[in-house]
Design a protein around this ligand. Structure first.
Ligand SMILES: Nc1ncnc2c1ncn2[C@@H]1O[C@@H]2COP(=O)(O)O[C@H]2[C@H]1O
Length: 954
């Protein structure tokens, strides 16, 4: 009876004390439900068995645990109580009970030790922080002194508080229950108004190791857990008796200051304690405290309230005592995101050393998480006692990944080096977003590629890598890129003493460089081999791979690259020094050998071209120069041959178009002859006399094309051969030529001859249509021709030759043709309807939407409407700066690469058209390779007027 009474009294006290401290007291029912629901193992602990009678329990448990357990026994007979859910508060109570059981008497009777595993016991590691342990290696002198002062006064004030007690049969010297320490502190310090404040102050001492839980299993709690001072543990305090008078007076002197400092630190210590608890141990009140704290953290300011609330339960506090500690290494898998609460860390990059120091408030580590990439840098603590908040990957992915800040800026030596932005991922990937590069320094972008975008999967092409490979020539010339790659590859050259980890890192890095080369060749094909230093480097790589067994796996990759290089070199040797001719009167550029159908022949920079240069009096000279010759050289040579006795600065090279328009070349422009318009002529002129230049009479006339009656040729055969011919021209155009064209003939010093020829072909087809119609006097023949051309457009569309389709429809829509009402009136309505549909398809409104939608549904092979691709390139170029605050505007590069990729997509399958049954194959082939063209609109309109005069109005 007495025991029962005492228990009830303790229980009452316990409740009162909990009420006083502002904590909610769990109802009996809730306590019971906790016990029933906690876990099967823990329930077993309190299951009424033969040995666990109430008396047995009361004699083996602490008071709180006992009273709950007694009630549990009753409750067990009322099983409907299982309907209760366990709150955090109840879990805490449960923990109390279990821990008390352990403390008082080891494991209770009838209970297996395994079942009594304490849920508060956590391994000591930053991954699983333990709020019962200190966060510093040794207490600071100030905290030590505060502890000493408090202890000294405590001993004097309440000599029975700090005393030897038996715990688990073991004598613990000089310990005190948390409740009594709180009682004393509340009485001692007028500034302390609540028990929670006092508990926070004790926790501040505990987290520095000045005070500890006797079993080092609990943070400071206003409960019956026992705590002792470090001084007593170390034997630094007087073994017994009151302190000396001078100590007492010193402690009294110090205590005001100590209390005030502890009072300040208490709330933070409490918060840190909560943040070191596992989420399931955090009570709703604690979560509220954490939430209020998170609201003030700048690194989280972009997040919504509900996200911050979610974070409150999983964000973890991590403290590191030692400067120099490595938080994680470059190349590691990303496991957490961090916010620096106190201290600073160095961002260290292999081969560069410390590139940045992050300070309180900065965050780091989300790049690897969001992009599922290895760590881009090593993070080393710069100071002792750094404090961090940490969100682990699983929680980051669940809560933050898709709502993360839009922009991520990486700095080196105080300057932005890489700016990344969150963008939607392609469908099918497990998260909706990832960080993609918006701008950066060339070197950092390369490093980012090598560090985080390669090495994970060899197959497939990372979009950023592809963008980089297609556009790097804009911001990082090939020679520089190869130099950088060689530096990365040989990063171990001067590093004799390598640890196995270093070696592994270096080998991985070498593998990535090799993969980079493979992707480079995949992305730009033969263009990768044009620079001799690239070929040297590839051979160097091959030798290293051969010699280093660690690089064995890369053998097939490097062999593949070598094979492609050998193929390129062989092709180059076979086709070296081709001669091309630019005939007059808009005839297509052709091989000088007279082969009018240059099948899959690429025009190369050092191929020669033969062309004429005129002067003002229409005398001319014929020159032969390599394609890449500059305007300056052509000008000088022509001036010399034409005996213009003027200095180079007085002269210029200029095109006079068939309509008399003039366009002056810059001295460093290249690809001059191929860049002329169809009937344009190249002149060398005195700069001041440009106005005196007139076009040659022959520029206005049609050339003598193959004289053939078009009506006799099969339209399908015509379309087929036009497509085959243009496919070869299209095939010869390298994606880079779009860049060269967009940036201007002088920018890269690279030729655009293949693109020029393809564009000339577009105009050739367009003006051939017009020229044929305006030079056909017979109305019935014209009607037949218009019908034929509409059919031709239809076949070209069917063959997916949209370049020719556009050219034909544009030719038919030319003013000189559309004005021929008599002709159009005689066109059957079926044909007119088809033509209207075609016109709708080439309608330029809404940025050629109709065409874009149509072409978007096609599968390769197809020949795109090239002028639109060039327009897109120009739009991207002129609408966006190449450099933003000293960084490469990679968004612009991405836009350009998208257009360049269109070309790659169009050619990603061989043409392989089914040839129509041949009727006059030879004739058709020679006819379509050299159309009769007039490109002077005034002349075309005049001819149209002549064959079909304007009707007089009645
Ligand atoms: N200049 C930098 N280069 C790379 N990482 C940096 C740089 N500056 C800061 N960091 C951070 O260092 C982190 C290393 O891990 P992550 O790659 O996940 O994310 C990286 C960035 O958050």
């Amino acid at each position: 009876m007495l025991a029962g009474h005492l228990l009830r009294q303790r229980e009452r006290e316990h409740r009162q004390f909990r009420r006083r401290s502002g904590q909610v007291v769990a109802s009996d029912e809730a306590v019971l439900c906790v016990l029933l629901r906690y876990s099967d193992k823990d329930k077993q602990l309190f299951e009424p068995t033969a040995t666990t009678t109430p008396t047995a329990i009361t004699t083996t448990m602490g008071a709180g645990a006992t009273s709950a357990a007694v009630k549990l026994r009753r409750r067990v007979q009322r099983p409907q109580s299982t309907a209760f859910e366990m709150s955090n508060k109840n879990k805490e109570l449960m923990n109390d009970i279990i821990t008390n059981c352990k403390l008082k008497n080891g494991f209770g009777p009838g209970v297996q030790p395994a079942a009594a595993t304490s849920p508060t016991k956590r391994p000591l590691s930053p991954d699983h922080p333990n709020p019962a342990l200190p966060i510093t290696e040794t207490p600071s002198p100030a905290m030590n002194r505060m502890g000493w002062a408090l202890r000294t006064l405590l001993v004097v004030d309440n000599s029975s508080c700090l005393k030897d007690r038996k715990v688990s049969g073991k004598l613990i010297r000089k310990c005190a229950p948390g409740t009594e320490l709180v009682d004393w502190l509340v009485n001692l310090a007028p500034i302390v108004h609540t028990r929670a404040q006092a508990a926070g102050m004790w926790q501040a001492l505990l987290e520095e190791g000045v005070l500890t839980h006797v079993n080092k299993e609990q943070p400071f709690k206003d409960k019956c857990f026992l705590y002792r001072f470090r001084l007593d543990e170390e034997g630094g305090a007087p073994a017994a008796g009151l302190p000396a008078a001078e100590d007492l007076s010193a402690a009294n002197e110090h205590i005001r200051e100590a209390l005030s400092a502890l009072f300040q630190r208490g709330p933070d210590a409490t918060l840190r304690m909560i943040l070191r608890k596992p989420s399931h141990e955090r009570t709703p009140e604690e979560l509220e405290l954490v939430f209020e704290e998170l609201v003030h953290i700048a690194a989280l300011s972009h997040l919504s309230t509900s996200i911050k609330r979610e974070l409150s339960s999983i964000i973890v506090f991590e403290a590191h005592a030692q400067a120099g500690t490595i938080l994680f290494n470059q190349g590691d898998e990303g496991r957490s995101w961090y916010i620096l609460l106190k201290g600073s860390v160095d961002v260290v990059i292999h081969g560069k050393g410390t590139v940045a120091t992050l300070k309180t408030g900065d965050d780091f580590g989300k790049l690897a998480l969001i992009n599922d990439a290895p760590r881009a840098a090593t993070i080393v603590l710069k100071e002792n006692n750094c404090h961090l908040l940490r969100v682990d990957k699983e929680h980051f992915n669940r809560i933050l990944r898709d709502v993360e800040a839009n922009t991520l800026r990486l700095q080196e030596h105080g300057k932005d080096v890489l700016v990344l932005e969150r963008v939607a991922k392609q469908r099918g990937q497990h998260s909706a977003f990832k960080y993609t590069v918006m701008s950066g320094t060339p070197n950092k972008m390369l490093e980012h590629l090598l560090e985080t975008r390669l090495g994970q999967t060899v197959s497939g092409m990372d979009p950023f890598l592809d963008d980089f490979l297609l556009t790097h020539i804009v911001f990082m010339p090939v020679v520089q890129l190869v130099d950088e790659l060689a530096n990365y590859f040989h990063c171990d050259a001067h590093d004799e003493a390598q640890t196995p980890e270093d070696r592994e890192y270096i080998i991985n890095f070498k593998k990535r460089v090799i993969q980079f080369m493979q992707k480079w060749v995949m992305a730009v094909r033969h263009a990768a081999f044009e620079e001799p230093s690239v070929c040297d480097f590839i051979e160097d790589l091959a030798a290293e791979v051969e010699a280093d067994p660690d690089l064995n796996e890369e053998t097939s990759i490097i062999h593949n690259v070598l094979t492609q290089m050998a193929r390129y070199q062989e092709d180059r040797n076979q086709n070296a020094g081709q001669k091309w001719k630019l005939p007059t009167n808009g005839q297509p550029i052709c091989l000088f050998s007279g082969n009018a159908t240059p099948s899959k022949t690429v025009i190369r920079p050092d191929d020669d071209i033969i062309f004429r240069v005129y002067c003002a009096d229409h005398t001319y000279c014929t020159l032969r120069f390599p394609m890449h010759t500059t305007a300056e050289l052509i000008k000088a040579c022509a001036a010399d041959k034409l005996q213009l006795n003027r200095g180079p600065d007085d002269l210029c090279l200029v095109e006079v178009k068939s309509n008399g328009e003039r366009s002056v070349f810059k001295d460093n422009d290249v690809s001059i002859p191929t860049g002329l318009t169809l009937n344009g002529r190249l002149f060398v002129s005195v700069k001041d006399h440009l106005d005196a230049l007139t076009q040659l009479p022959e520029q206005e006339c049609a050339i003598d094309g193959v004289d053939i009656d078009l009506e006799l040729l099969s339209t399908k055969e015509l379309a087929y051969h036009i497509t085959i011919f243009e496919w070869d021209l299209f095939w010869a155009v390298h994606e880079y030529e779009l860049l060269y064209h967009t940036f201007g003939r002088h920018h890269f010093g690279k030729i655009t001859a293949n693109l020029d020829v393809f564009l000339r072909r577009f105009n050739e087809v367009q003006y051939w249509i017009v020229a044929e119609l305006v030079s056909t006097p017979s109305l019935s023949k014209r009607v037949g021709l218009v019908r034929k051309f509409i059919k031709l457009a239809a076949y070209c569309k069917e063959y997916q030759n949209l370049n020719a389709f556009f050219a034909i429809v544009m030719g038919l829509s030319n003013m000189a043709v559309s004005r021929m009402h008599q002709t159009w009136e005689k066109i059957p309505s079926k044909f007119r309807k088809i033509f209207q549909e075609f016109e709708a398809l080439i309608d330029p409104s809404r940025n050629h939407r109709a065409y874009r939608v149509f072409v978007g549904k096609l599968q390769p092979p197809l020949i795109p409407f090239m002028p639109l691709l060039l327009k897109d390139m120009t739009f991207a170029h002129e609408g966006n700066k190449t450099s933003l605050d000293g960084l490469v505007n990679f968004e612009k590069m991405h836009m350009m690469a998208q257009t360049m990729r269109t070309i790659r997509f169009c050619r990603s399958r061989n043409l392989g058209l089914e040839p129509p049954s041949p009727k006059s194959e030879g004739e058709v082939r020679s006819y379509i390779s050299c159309f009769r063209v007039i490109d002077n609109q005034r002349v075309l309109t005049a001819m149209s007027q002549k064959v079909e005069p304007t009707r007089k109005l009645n």
